[in-house]
Ligand binder design. Sequence first.
Ligand code: GLU
Length: 435
Amino acid sequence: MSASTKHDLNSHLWDTSALYRDSVIQLDEAARVMNLDQNIAERLKVPKRAMIVSVPIRLDNGSIKVFEGYRVQHNMTLGPGKGGIRFHPEVNLSEVAGLAMLMSFKCSLAGLPLGGAKGGIRVDPNQLSRQEHQSLMRRYTTEINMIIGPDKDIPAPDIGTDSQHMAWMMDTFSQENGYTIPGVVTGKPVEIGGSLGRAESTGRGVIYTVQHAAKHLHKVGKAGPKIDASTTVAVHGFGKVGAVAALEIYNLGCKVLAVSDWKGAILNKNGLNIPKVIEWVVKNGTVVGYAEAEEISNADLLALNVDVLIPAAIDGVITEENVSTVKAKIIAEGANGPATAGALNQLEERGAFIIPDVLCNAGGVIVSYFEWVQGLQNFFWNEAEVNEKLAEVMDNAFKRVMDQQMKYKCGMKTAALITGVDRLNKAMLLRGLFP
Ligand code: GLU
């Protein structure tokens, strides 16, 4: 049997989504460049464990609807599984598996004692009432309760879910066990054991990495933006990550020319007033209609000639089809997998600096880790302490990735994956293969 047939047989269950296939392509490239032990590479290509559950709920109109839910634990060598839960109409087992794989590399590269996991429910969250959201989250928690827990696997918010969903999840898990177990989730409201600064942490971390990227480009003598009033920015996706990233970089004095959401995009060539855009979104639920801007399409936004482009919405928005239109100098992957492997190669060939997702958006899981640690000790930090520690962990992570990039002279995504895989590889070899 040829190696490729063998691989196909091993992975047929998982590789039906573009995101999973892309993650394996990128892992293969990292494994090739770092000359990774083939046995470790094969083990990392498939998740350790996955659960598919039916989630029946009673809708507000009295009828019952059954949704499909997943929790995938990719690798738990370094510690309990960690990763968000996504409510999205296109979620499937393969996509969740790919996202769980990214979490393993993200946690490892950030130096956290955590493994990689991810969950999801195939549902359009915009079609559900608040009560239906609650029923879905609670029933899903019950269905997966035997594989989650503070020492086993710790969910968090992701696309379509927020701190309220985590409160319901924590409450359900606690009710079932008979006592309060805050450590089962992170990204909880502060009132019930959440960490200060968690809600802003992903967007904040994105901007730390943009500042590092700009400094790095100057250090190596490449013309790069300075991150000041001369810097132009576009943010694709104005949600939990994008809106915070836009505000942080606006507060640094940069000009955020355009932002977008699933309904459309807005542009102001002199720079948007981001606090006012946020106010507008809180009232209207979308950036569209904001007065001091012209409406453009999401495709137009991605093609703007800006210094920094932050795709912070969802995976697969920059592909080989539209990559030739992307002109930004720095591309900061706020979302998981927003650019495909092929698109990233083309961007790097034309000299763009990529800040890969597993580094760029690691701020979220880093503060999740802080939340978990604070909860275990029942000792809570102020926001300045959280931010200071976040900056320190992100600085070190950025430096480790740049060291690998210098060592192997490879692309940034490859360097980031090598950083994550290297630590995981050492841990897997030390623990050995059971039995
Ligand atoms: N969903 C976020 C991510 O993709 C955060 C995960 C977490 O905090 O566990 O990194």
